[in-house]
Design a protein around this ligand. Sequence first.
Ligand code: ADP
Ligand code: ADP
Length: 232
Amino acid sequence: MLLEVKHVKKIYQSGPSQTIALRDVDFSLDKGEYVAIMGESGSGKSTLLNLLATFDQASQGSIHLAGQDLAQIKADKVAQFRRDMIGFVFQDFNVLDHLSNRDNILLPLVLNNQKVAQMEARLNELAPLLGIEALLDKYPYQVSGGQRQRIAIARALVAQPDIVLADEPTGALDSKSSRQILDLFIRLNEMGHTLLMVTHSSAAAATANRVLFIKDGIIFHELYRGQATEAD
Ligand code: ADP
Ligand code: ADP
């Protein structure tokens, strides 16, 4: 079991008022899976992904990633754990505009003090896979949204994480670019990458091998590829 989420609850407290974003979320995921968590806006998707990504902590319950209880990681070790284990893909790409696409992609390796030759080797592996060779010397603002997302995906993959988490990765893209990103996810999964995506898009979710449906902070239904989807 790569990821084990047990009875996770998340409450946001702001002054006297509280929002229960996750009520009781329970699921697990094996290495090599491609899972989508699908739900409408406000259902708790981003909250859940932020907990899995160690950006935030659950109020109750536990999350284990590769056997590590996320709540037990010391504060000064969280960033390194995240860099080693998790690749994150954002809806709005989150690339740095003052860095070239190449430097954006290599940033996680620079932070890991990798040698230049190793970084170049990794880039030479990833660039053709993602179709971004011609974009490396450009800056993010010089390429399209779909291309920027491929740069961001390269950055997510560059340190060879155990899992890639994607928050609505096609949400800012037109339908053609969305399709290209989803086809890329399918291919990455076929190559063995473990992917977990949250989305409100049934087209996006349909590319996963397993879909978990979330509503009001609860996963209420689960489908495997090949089964008919109610959502369609
Ligand atoms: P989704 O990603 O599915 O749109 P979210 O996880 O963003 O859902 O939100 C789930 C619920 O938690 C919503 O009711 C939202 O308003 C609330 N929420 C999200 N983030 C915060 C926050 N930082 N503070 C207070 N409430 C929040
Ligand atoms: P377009 O005009 O390019 O067809 P839309 O404005 O319909 O795009 O949606 C933009 C993107 O948002 C889509 O390409 C898709 O990735 C995503 N999207 C939003 N809602 C849905 C949905 N219900 N089903 C599938 N995709 C959706």
